[in-house]
Design a protein around this ligand. Structure first.
Ligand SMILES: CC(C)(COP(=O)(O)OP(=O)(O)OC[C@H]1O[C@@H](n2cnc3c(N)ncnc32)[C@H](O)[C@@H]1OP(=O)(O)O)[C@@H](O)C(=O)NCCC(=O)NCCS
Length: 156
């Protein structure tokens, strides 16, 4: 249930909130599935690069009682790049509320599918919401390897 969760579009002043959500989601939550070196590499953020990155495609912020709790986005080809929920707000339907917005826009754009690279941590969430695994993959980023899953949800 997404009780008390509201979702709105990202505004530039949400920059620091989204960074805080991203880092908490990785350091406090995904850290159960990834080792400290992976967590440090994945959660490192360059604030100057983050700003245009957030504005380049539709991004949504979820709030719980007015506090920023999660964010997600949708690229024009149906790629969902970001789905992160702050450690304080796990398991309260925040990601579900965000995905509803993502999916709603994808359907309005008549996209055939939404696809993502889901972390080990997020895979069960996406499966519960109708995504299937296309293939596992191992990525390398700045000398650190990460396992995740290419997943998709067909919309028609
Ligand atoms: C994955 C994540 C986004 C889910 O956010 P959330 O707001 O806690 O998810 P919700 O509360 O909306 O959960 C929705 C459903 O997924 C299920 N779910 C979520 N995480 C789960 C997990 N790790 N294992 C099993 N089920 C899970 C919930 O039980 C719920 O199912 P139900 O409502 O049918 O009972 C969040 O845990 C997170 O930020 N993880 C760390 C960052 C990360 O890995 N992000 C993804 C990068 S690709």
């Amino acid at each position: 249930m997404s009780v008390g969760v509201t979702v709105r579009r990202y505004r530039p002043r949400d920059l620091d909130s989204t960074i805080a959500i991203y880092q908490s989601a990785i350091r406090d939550v995904a850290s159960r599935d990834y080792d400290p070196v992976q967590v440090a590499g994945w959660s490192a953020v360059d604030r100057d690069e983050w700003e245009p990155w957030r504005l380049r495609c539709p991004t949504w912020i979820a709030e719980v009682d007015g506090a920023p709790a999660g964010f997600s986005d949708l690229e024009p080809d149906g790629h969902l790049d970001m789905m992160f929920v702050h450690g304080r707000f796990q398991g309260r339907g925040v990601a579900t509320a965000l995905l509803n917005e993502v999916e709603s826009l994808a359907r309005r754009l008549c996209l055939a599918r939404i696809f993502t690279e889901a972390s080990i941590t997020a895979r069960p969430f996406f499966e519960r919401r109708g995504f299937t695994v296309i293939a596992p993959q191992v990525l390398e980023f700045e000398g650190v390897t990460f396992k995740n899953y290419r997943m998709e949800k067909l919309l028609r």
